[in-house]
Design a protein around this ligand. Structure first.
Ligand code: ADP
Ligand code: MG
Length: 323
């Protein structure tokens, strides 16, 4: 019911950036190869996410807005091997309970699409429309019916920068998806979606940064590491430019950051942080599954092996460049 949805929304929807994250993750789960995001006024007034994914079967669209309704978990055993980003079936219901949401969707086999409008948790319209294959979700006036939460939102600029960071994380983590981000009618970023990490980084950060990159590649049976570290001449005043992905998911890890920083210790000033975009792939059994799915912290079961492999890979890469 609606009150429960509104309360649950507090957990899932903290700010416009969390809406963007949930919607884009749904698009990723729907096998989209192209995702475009548009926001107005820091996402407070308007957020639109459009994808070319599978779409939702007409009859299921209303269900998508029900709490704990998900198409992604069929059996309890599925919980053991979740590959989709979402699985709790909470996001759409939560978002729609605290905003004015319009969802348009069409599958490839359906002749027409469907448009459903949900305002503050109430379905106000549900009709057949023409639209391309895929899904568009528009979220207007976030927290319009929860004034206290609305008051806690920051300035447009501050909310925009949260959204921007969210999109960078998702775009870097999914080089096989073409991302486009438009803010207040201005094109902010566009990635090629060709699966290539280097050209994705190039498209996001430009030539100077791309030229500073050193390739990391380790191909073990149990752990694989791919991606780039930046030259020691390219540093930051904080850890915000350390992108670590584990099995495709963006994470923050003190262990990984410290391991990286240790290899740069003698190469960069003491108050500076090295920069990286690294992808670690390992069997899900090596990761502690008890960590909450919306949290970006993670625990590894065998930290010392991972630490050893990562530091060795970085050391070798830096040495090869004579740094
Ligand atoms: P979850 O992602 O945890 O399943 P959500 O509330 O985020 O829950 O979404 C509910 C359901 O709506 C999903 O399980 C999926 O079936 C459908 N859905 C939502 N967004 C999309 C999308 N962009 N493309 C296809 N299906 C979607
Ligand atoms: Mg979801």
């Amino acid at each position: 019911n609606n009150t429960i949805n509104k309360i649950a929304a507090g957990e899932v929807v903290e700010r416009p950036a969390s809406v963007v994250k949930e919607l884009v993750e749904n698009s990723i789960d729907a096998q989209a190869t192209s995702i475009s995001i548009e926001i107005v006024n820091g996402g407070k007034k308007y957020i639109r996410v459009t994808d070319n994914g599978t779409g939702i079967i007409n009859d299921d669209i209303k269900l998508a807005f029900l709490r704990h309704s998900t198409s992604k978990i069929k059996k309890v055993e599925d919980l053991e091997r979740i590959t989709s980003l979402g699985f709790r079936g909470e996001a759409l219901a939560s978002i729609a309970s605290v905003a004015q949401v319009q969802l348009l969707s069409k599958t490839k086999d359906s002749l027409s699409g469907r448009q459903v409008d949900v305002h503050g948790g109430e379905i106000i319209s549900n009709k057949e429309v023409g639209c391309p294959k895929g899904t568009t979700v528009i979220v207007k006036n976030l927290f319009y019916n929860t004034p206290v939460r609305k008051k806690f939102l920051k300035s447009d600029n501050a909310e925009s920068s949260h959204i921007s960071e969210t999109i960078y994380r998702l775009a870097l983590g999914n080089p096989n998806i073409a991302f486009k981000y438009i803010k207040d009618n201005k094109l902010i970023l566009k990635t090629p979606g060709n699966g290539d990490i280097y050209s994705t980084i190039y498209s996001l950060y430009g030539k100077e940064f791309a030229d500073s990159l050193i390739k990391i590649n380790y191909n073990g049976d149990d752990i694989k590491i791919d991606g780039y570290i930046a030259k020691p001449s390219y540093t930051r005043g904080n850890r915000n430019f350390q992108y670590f992905y584990v099995n495709g998911r963006f994470i923050k890890s003190r262990l990984l950051s410290k391991t990286l920083e240790n290899e740069y210790k003698s190469l960069i000033p003491i108050n500076k942080y090295p920069v990286c975009i690294l992808y670690i792939d390992t069997n899900a059994k090596n990761i502690d599954a008890n960590v909450h799915p919306t949290k970006i912290e993670i625990r590894f079961k065998n930290e010392s092996i991972l630490k050893y492999i990562l530091s060795k890979s970085i050391k070798v890469a830096l040495e090869e460049k004579n740094l």
